[in-house]
Write a protein that binds this ligand. Structure first.
Ligand code: 5GP
Ligand code: SF4
Ligand code: MG
Length: 455
């Protein structure tokens, strides 16, 4: 997500802000611009560039905007443009635009209640759910209605909400998804990832705190606490894989944390080998850390075709496998006759590792030892990362030996949960702390109702 308040080029800057976060989703993109009277929407399916190439930024005037990239979650594979955000809702007194990132775990239950009371929802988004809850509130102002609506939600959520006079910025009580605020001159800027600030020339101010609602208007910024602040539980997978290496999450640089994960992994799971290689792009940082710690050369044993998007994000297994094939090639001159340590950031289904081990062996590698710079993923994510069902998770159903055999590796080891925490969490406090439920099964927001578990 990206939002800006108080800048004459709000729409164009939103385009750049989304561009810097394209890796967070590739299914659709949209922006709503606010000129103080009207909320104007431009959205579509596809990449940011595709969606915005026909947008006329001269016409698209306004001093505030919120923007969003679509990344669909499990059970939410609606490919229609209806589910591309922001969504805009009009009522007699006000217009509201909403975009969200995360996942409301009691969404099904709330939908049932809304339907029983006569509401019909058109999209699969949490934003539409929130819009109905806001509308159902008897509170007079949008701010108080938003607070009442938020208090009914459980799960991981960040929202950008905009009416003609305000931008509202929300982080859930555990702060599971990242969201930061920055300044660009007089303007306020908000983004899921700080890489977006760098692109538009904004300076980072601070993270949006767990349980915090920021209300931004021409009068400035106001902070309201809509829920008790819980122990921070920032998604560990943001560090492991999802975020860009140049982003800072909770003021910890992503590349640096990945490198430390690689170093911890080398301490925990060393191996006799000749070269260390990584899987571009996401595991390069960890591979560099592993090599440095163990004292082996880091080499480009695998290169990536830069014109292919992220494979994981493709919504079906068939498309994913095809994507992996197009994407990576081994460098024979580097791996031929060698014992190779292959570092990847994570294994979900095992598709990538299996393919790469085969490529490396076909290119002459004598041995391939797989080292994974995160703990084994054994549980589904209910908080907005599309990680697949328990049945598909290779580590949920197989021992280490079985995994090694399935992917054709000579050995495999994962980083421990303690090692990962060492690499990410810089201090023990309520402000720092990570969610690692997909690895440990310790869910910060419990899944109590069958309707909350689509897996
Ligand atoms: P697999 O091929 O095992 O199903 O997926 C793991 C590989 O996909 C890793 O190389 C990782 O970099 C990449 N990947 C892409 N998207 C994701 C994601 O959302 N989560 C995780 N853990 N890995 C992902
Ligand atoms: Fe992130 Fe895993 Fe927690 Fe989901 S379960 S929020 S992917 S750490
Ligand atoms: Mg990868």
């Amino acid at each position: 997500m990206f939002g800006i308040w108080g800048h004459t080029h709000a729409a164009a800057l939103s385009y750049y802000g989304l561009h810097a976060q394209q890796h967070r989703g590739q299914e659709g993109a949209g922006v709503v611009v606010n000129d103080g009277e009207e909320l104007k929407l431009h959205k579509g399916l596809g990449l940011v560039n595709d969606v915005f190439k026909h947008a006329d930024f001269q016409e698209f005037t306004g001093k505030a905007a919120i923007a969003h990239i679509r990344y669909s979650k499990h059970g939410d594979k609606n490919r229609a443009v209806d589910s591309v955000e922001p969504l805009v809702f009009h009522s007699r007194s006000t217009s509201i635009a909403i975009a969200d990132s995360g996942n409301i775990v009691n969404g099904e239950k709330l939908r049932e209640e809304l339907e029983d009371n006569g509401s019909i929802l058109q999209s699969a988004t949490d934003s539409e759910l929130l819009a109905h809850l806001i509308k159902r509130s008897k509170k007079k102002s949008n701010e108080t209605a938003i607070i009442e609506a938020l208090q009914q939600l459980k799960g991981a959520y960040t929202f950008l909400i905009m009416d003609q006079a305000h931008m509202y910025v929300v982080n859930d009580p555990h702060g599971i998804r990242p969201l930061s605020i920055g300044r660009l001159g007089e303007a306020y800027v908000v983004a899921s990832e700080t890489s977006a600030f760098d692109i538009v020339g904004a300076t980072f101010e601070r993270e949006v705190l767990p349980g915090e609602l920021l209300v931004i208007s021409d009068e400035g910024l106001k902070s309201v606490r809509f829920a008790m602040r819980e122990q921070r539980r920032l998604c560990a997978m943001e560090y492991v894989y999802f975020s860009r290496p140049d982003s800072d999450l909770n003021q910890v640089n992503v590349h640096a944390s990945r490198k430390r994960m690689g170093m911890e992994l080398a301490k925990e799971a060393p191996v006799e080998a000749d070269v260390v290689t990584g899987v571009p792009d996401s595991s390069i940082s960890a591979a560099i850390g592993y090599a440095e710690q163990i004292g082996l050369p880091y080499e480009m044993g695998i290169i990536k075709n830069r014109y292919i998007g992220r494979t994981f994000i493709q919504p079906s297994q068939e498309l994913r496998e095809q994507g992996v094939k197009l994407k990576l090639s081994p460098v024979r001159g580097i791996v031929d006759g060698k014992r190779v340590v292959m570092i990847d950031d994570s294994i979900v289904r095992g598709t990538t590792s299996k393919h790469i081990v085969r490529l490396l062996k076909e290119a002459g590698a004598k041995e391939v030892h797989v080292r994974i710079a995160s703990p084994a993923i054994q549980n589904p994510c209910y908080y907005g990362i599309d990680m697949s069902t328990r049945e598909e998770l290779i580590a949920a159903n197989n021992s280490l030996e079985e995994i090694a055999e399935l992917i054709g590796a000579d050995s495999i080891e994962y980083l421990s949960v303690e090692g990962m925490k060492q690499a990410i969490v810089r201090e023990k406090s309520i402000h720092q702390g990570i969610c690692h439920a997909c690895m440990t099964g310790e869910y910060p927001v419990p899944i109590l109702d069958k309707r909350e578990d689509p897996f």
